[in-house]
Design a protein around this ligand. Structure first.
Ligand code: ADP
Length: 471
């Protein structure tokens, strides 16, 4: 079943509550009016009883029943207050009964004893009457009187009031329904505008934004939040597009070099040594391409969150000693001095192979960019709560204005020189990612012509307990 829109649902709820309130209000007012009108009638009845008491007080104390009958009849026969009235003497003898009550005999006086005044509604020939039955003491005698008032006016007033309620209630309900629907449509109309714009946003117009609302309410918060989300998505999208474009560009160069080398070699027949030279060049470019593709893959996996690190407590000193071994030989070949100063036992929570790679990336740059004769230093020490890895070289240095940019992807200071050394400007971006994954920090200190110092700080953990040795 199709779900109703929020606007319609809000209107229905609003109307349901409105209808209940309207019925409660109407019924309440009707009962209040009725109560008030009955009070007025009861006051009239009390007044009639009071008049009768005064009248009986005025009679002689020892007047006979017959005399009293005569007096009451004379006084009340012409008076309208006696139209629905009967009076009994103390011994139960009837002193007076109006013509109406004679013609419509009804039992008003209860058979048992009663003390408090009784008020009762009676329907006689379709008309409603209200009677009161009371004991009244006068001249040392107790009489029982019953007197009534026709309720025609009360019934009519209540009827008119009820008709008004029934007539204007539904009218009010219809006006409220229209008003409620209009209000909810008005309040939710910005949502329609948001939906329409959001519907049109795709990869080609990611710079579009939802209309800025100035309602100062939840809808404004919603559109602002969605726009902030679009900002983030657009940035991520642009980064990916840029990454793809840069990656394709970087891959195109070695592939066209390989192609040119092969085409030149095949253009005419050559001697064995020339072919070998060409193949060596092709192999070199192929190796560089492989390294580049690995770096690209590693960054792509990092971006997608699939480059999972196996973090565990590890001794950084051990890892750096392994790194050192493989670089000693490179130092010899490149005729560079390689000094190593690794403090023992620096425990961190880390992925050994990722940290191995981090040190490789920094040393690779140091050896790559430092001309012979020169020196490279690898050191590990503790700095407060951190382990500090330092890779220092006596190379060309990095200009101050470039220092913040070298950690960006594909950034090379001197494009031609970088390419000649085989770098695509991805090494430090990967190093930065590895450091970030270890909640650490990486920085560079350098001056042109005075070498560079790369510092990596990683949070230390307390030395893990010695594993129990088996006896
Ligand atoms: P690449 O693979 O090109 O070396 P990196 O991201 O590792 O890329 O480095 C970015 C740029 O920073 C390099 O192109 C280089 O110009 C500069 N750079 C990095 N390390 C050093 C260093 N030790 N000495 C001088 N320049 C460096």
């Amino acid at each position: 079943m199709k779900k109703l829109s929020i606007g319609v649902r809000l209107t229905i709820w609003y109307l349901a509550i409105f209808a209940v309130a309207q019925v409660a209000f109407g019924a309440g007012m009707w009962f209040l009016l009725r109560h008030h009108l009955y009070d007025l009638v009861d006051d009239d009845l009390e007044g009639q009883i009071e008049d009768l008491r005064n009248f009986m007080e005025a009679q002689k104390k020892d007047a006979s029943v017959a005399k009293l009958q005569e007096e009451v009849a004379e006084a009340y026969l012409l008076e309208h207050s006696g139209d629905y009235f009967e009076l009994y003497a103390e011994n139960g003898a009837l002193l007076y009964r109006s013509t109406f009550l004679q013609n419509h005999p009804i039992t008003l006086i209860p058979s048992g004893q009663f003390k408090k005044p009784i008020f009762r509604d009676r329907r006689i020939t379709g008309r409603l009457f209200r009677f009161t039955v009371q004991r009244l003491a006068a001249n040392g005698h107790t009489y029982t009187a019953a007197t009534g008032i026709p309720m025609d006016d009360v019934v009519e007033t209540l009827g008119i009031f009820r008709n008004y309620l029934l007539m204007f209630g539904p009218l009010l309900f219809l006006v409220a329904a229209a008003g409620g629907y209009w209000l909810s449509r008005r309040a939710l109309s910005p949502v329609d505008a948001l939906v329409r714009t959001a519907h049109d946003i795709s990869g080609v117009n990611l710079d579009s934004r939802l209309p800025k609302l100035n309602t100062g309410d939840e809808l404004q918060r919603l559109s602002d939040t969605l726009n902030e989300m679009l900002d983030r998505i657009e940035n991520a999208f642009l980064r990916i597009t840029q990454f793809t474009a840069d990656a394709s560009h970087e891959l195109r160069t070695p592939i066209s070099l390989i192609r040119t080398e092969a085409e030149l070699a095949l253009r005419r027949s050559r001697g064995e040594s020339e072919y070998k030279e060409s193949l060596r060049n092709i192999l070199l470019e192929a190796e560089r391409t492989t390294a580049l593709v690995e770096q690209l893959l590693s960054l792509a996996r990092a971006d997608s969150g699939r480059e999972a690190l196996h973090v565990q407590s590890m001794n950084l000193a051990e890892t750096l000693h392994q790194v050192e071994e493989s670089w000693q030989q490179v130092a010899q070949i490149r005729n560079l001095k390689f000094a190593v100063n690794i403090a023992p036992d620096s425990f961190v929570l880390g992925d050994a192979s990722a940290l191995h790679r981090l040190a490789d990336l920094l040393l690779d740059n140091a050896f790559k960019y430092t001309p012979s004769p020169g020196s490279v230093l690898l050191s590990l020490e503790t700095n407060g709560a951190n382990a500090l890895i330092v890779v220092q070289d006596s190379g060309p240095g990095i200009p101050r204005e470039e220092q913040s940019k070298i950690f960006e992807r594909f950034y090379r200071i001197d494009k031609a020189r970088g390419r000649q050394h085989g770098g695509a400007g991805l090494g430090l971006a990967i190093a930065k990612w590895i450091v970030a994954q270890h909640s650490g920090s990486i920085s560079v200190e350098s001056e042109l012509g005075r070498g560079s110092i790369f510092r990596v700080e990683l949070p230390l953990i307390s030395v893990p307990a010695q594993k129990p040795t088996l006896a």
